[in-house]
Design a protein around this ligand. Structure first.
Ligand SMILES: Cc1ccc([C@@H]2N[C@@H](C)[C@@H](O)[C@H]2O)cc1
Length: 449
């Protein structure tokens, strides 16, 4: 172990109730909204083929033209309650909302820059109605904040000269002021989701960032901050130089999922995911592979089966409305969650060996295991291997708890559960009530002949 002053200050999962609640959320909504939603990936009839929220970085749009989009921000169809109800009906338990993306435009009336909603035709604060609407709908709010800020004159990608260093000191103060401002103006926020922290200029600020994280945690006890915020004094990010997770959960799973429990190193984590291949902000072109609700439900199940949360991104249009394709997916996911969310909420990694038919989840602090079935074997038999001391007390479809399913013990601690797949091509859930095995090792079920 090497001595670190600015490495991780905590090992293992947080056990406090705020983190327990976060851990049990299972499904969240991400919102990417800002000036980039106005061009929507297109400028002067030309398509930007990168991610729409990065259009400012494209040489197809003059930077000054992009920056002047502030004078076009007037989302007449913005309805915070509608966004919150879409998320609630999808079955999301929390939302992560961009307060400021890389372009530096602030969705709140920050005192520390003029590049905010206050100086747009809209004039009003966007964050307050959003935080209040999601809170009223019963969803926790996490604030996304990009450290990298293309609008601030003090931003630098690296610090090479004395002038860079002086400019960046001003930028650091500005950043600290904005973060304290956000936590003060929106005290209901449960956490911060940091982005834009990969450049050398910020990676070199181990001491400053460590002290800033401490200041934020002191101001907001219980605040949830992920592994992406700060690097240690050797520039190590996400995991410090002793390979200990930075922050409260791992934020490395962007548009990808871990494949096995070994990939998550016993940490909390979230996976943030786009519906198209790689568009976070609104893009007029709804092209390439658009994930179906079945795919997104499977990603949610996989994430929860490996002890993480799945956070699905929505990119509202420049006028503040949410596109129909996203609303349709949210309601399809919600239809499934209305029936099956018992296998998602407050569930965790089961410790059981993955089987081909789908994913196991386990209810926290309960002897209840869920089989979320995506691939029905032609045999109609679902294989389950249990630890030696665990027996099956009861097995049934989540949608029909009064009808016991046939269970056959094919070897010791290995069973086939027989169930007819549901008629429509949608995943379904088998529940196992487990119990400790009596010492005679007897099961209630027939032994293999
Ligand atoms: C290379 C790269 C940088 C930043 C991103 C940002 N992180 C996502 C959560 C979005 O905000 C995207 O713009 C994505 C890829």
């Amino acid at each position: 172990r090497i001595k670190l002053k600015h490495g991780s200050h905590r090992e293992g999962k947080r056990t406090d109730s705020v983190m327990q609640k976060w851990r049990g959320n299972g499904l969240g909504q991400f919102i990417h909204w800002g000036l980039y939603a106005i061009p929507g990936g297109e400028w002067n009839g030309k398509q930007y083929n990168g991610a729409a929220e990065w259009i400012r970085s494209w040489n197809g749009i003059p930077k000054s033209a992009y920056d002047s989009l502030i004078y076009k921000f007037n989302p007449i169809n913005f309805n915070a309650d509608e966004w919150a109800s879409i998320a609630k009906n999808m079955g999301a338990k929390y939302v992560t909302i961009t307060t400021k993306h890389h372009d530096g435009f602030c969705l709140w009336p920050s005192k520390y820059t003029s590049y905010t909603v206050a100086n747009s035709p809209w004039k009003k604060d966007i964050m307050k109605p959003l935080v209040d609407a999601y809170d009223k709908a019963g969803l926790d709010v996490i604030l996304y904040f990009s450290i990298m800020d293309w609008n601030h004159p003090g931003w630098r990608y690296d610090i090479k000269t004395k002038a860079d260093s002086i400019a960046f000191e001003g930028f650091k103060k500005f950043t600290r002021n904005q973060l304290i401002e956000l936590l003060t103006m929106y005290p209901k926020a449960k956490g911060l989701w940091f982005d834009g922290t990969w450049d050398k200029s910020w990676v070199k600020q181990a001491k400053f960032a460590d002290e800033l994280e401490a200041e934020m945690r002191k101001l907001r006890p219980g605040l949830i901050i992920g592994s992406r915020f700060r690097a240690d004094e050797y520039g190590k990010r996400h995991f410090d130089s002793n390979n200990v997770l930075m922050g409260d959960y791992e934020q490395g799973w962007e548009r990808k999922l871990p494949n096995s429990i070994a990939d998550v190193h016993g940490n909390d984590w979230d996976c943030v995911m786009t519906i198209p291949e790689n568009q976070w902000g609104y893009n007029k072109a709804w092209k390439g592979h658009i994930k179906s609700s079945n795919e997104l439900i499977e990603m949610t199940a996989k994430a929860v089966s490996l002890g993480g949360n799945f956070v699905l991104n929505f990119g509202p249009k420049g006028d503040g409305s949410i596109r129909d394709e996203e609303k349709k997916l949210a309601s399809e996911i919600g239809d499934w969650m209305k029936v099956n969310s018992e296998a998602i909420y407050n569930c965790e990694y089961s410790g059981l060996e993955k089987q081909d038919w789908g994913y196991f989840t386990k209810k926290r602090e309960k002897d209840k295991v869920y089989l979320i079935i995506f691939n029905t074997p032609v045999s109609g038999a679902y294989r389950v291997k249990l630890p030696a001391k665990t027996a099956i007390a009861k097995s049934y479809l989540l949608t029909n708890p009064n009808m016991d399913l046939r269970v056959e013990e094919v070897h010791s601690n290995e069973y086939f559960i027989y169930a007819k797949p549901t008629t429509e091509a949608k995943p379904f859930v088998i529940v196992l009530d487990t119990k400790k095995k009596e010492n005679n090792g007897g099961n209630n079920y027939e032994k293999a002949k």
